[in-house]
Design a protein around this ligand. Structure first.
Ligand code: GYE
Length: 270
């Protein structure tokens, strides 16, 4: 299993559940953390091919640039399962299935919460995007935009990446606040870690997160619940990191030759 990194609470949960599930099922799991770098994931996949593993699973950090290494896996007859994030490829036969969330729908849920709960006059929104070129960043942005499209009072006045981390979320929010200060009514963050970093920046700027700036986020990790209880975050759209049990089941089925649907969605709410 080639993991993206350990950038967020979500990722930490996905990693620990995946490891625990493999162990519980007697599956020998080789695990590599790519520190959010595609080149490291490609290296890990190549080493799994060299080791002649039965199944390769990986969470692709970005959507493009995988075809070459996946062709090598195919040539070695090793099935590939994508977890969590999707890829763009000209040849869908390069992977068996993809297990993960519908990120576009998560973005829509965030947008719908906004329309239902923040009303009256102009609503200025700043957006903290996830990792550039990653499926969750692309799709959470798209779903949110889809819902607010044509509603002129809702304006995304700034949008920048915070790479899914607390530190970057804080840093970028500081820049947003410097530029626009109390014009900002809403923060939409593509994950909780960036939102939690941004909440700190809002407080340090002398404003009240949750009140002066409404905070909308995605993942629903423990830190988000703590922030919601403290009144500093308004909503977090659920993104379930517990893909491990399904992944291990499907890995066994794939080895046994059972056909799989091309896409397996996780069930989630708000
Ligand atoms: O939302 C974010 C993480 O791909 C669903 O990656 C995952 C995202 C998750 O860093 O916190």
């Amino acid at each position: 299993f080639s993991q993206i990194g350990s950038e967020s609470g979500w990722r930490a949960a996905e990693t620990s559940v995946t490891k625990a599930e493999a162990e519980a099922r007697g599956i020998d799991l080789k695990f590599a953390d790519a520190q959010q770098k595609q080149e490291n994931q490609i290296k890990a996949i190549r080493s799994y091919i060299a080791q002649k593993v039965d199944v390769i699973a990986f969470a692709p950090v970005v959507t493009t640039g995988w075809d070459t290494v996946l062709k090598e896996a195919k040539a070695a007859k090793i099935p590939v399962i994508l977890t969590d994030r999707s890829i763009e490829t000209s040849d869908p036969s390069l992977y068996v299935t993809m297990i993960g969330s519908d990120f576009t729908e998560e973005g829509r849920k965030a947008g719908r919460w906004l329309l239902d709960n923040v009303k009256g006059g102009t609503v200025n929104i700043v957006e903290l995007q996830g990792t550039v070129g990653s499926a969750p960043a692309i799709e959470r942005k798209k779903g949110f935009e889809e819902v607010i499209a044509g509603k002129a009072e809702y304006k995304v006045i700034r949008s920048q990446t915070g790479d899914f981390t607390r530190a970057k979320g804080k840093e970028v929010m500081e820049a947003f606040l410097k530029a626009d200060g109390n014009k900002i009514n809403v923060l939409y963050a593509h994950n909780d870690d960036m939102a939690i970093g941004a909440i700190q920046a809002i407080e340090e700027a002398g404003m009240k997160p949750g009140t002066d700036v409404k905070v909308i986020s995605v993942d629903a990790v423990k830190g988000a619940f703590e922030a919601m209880i403290a009144g500093k975050m308004n909503v977090s759209v659920e993104c379930n990191p517990q893909l491990g049990p399904q992944l291990m089941e499907i890995a066994k089925e794939v080895v046994a030759g059972k056909p799989q649907p091309k896409r397996i969605n996780t069930k989630e709410s708000v």
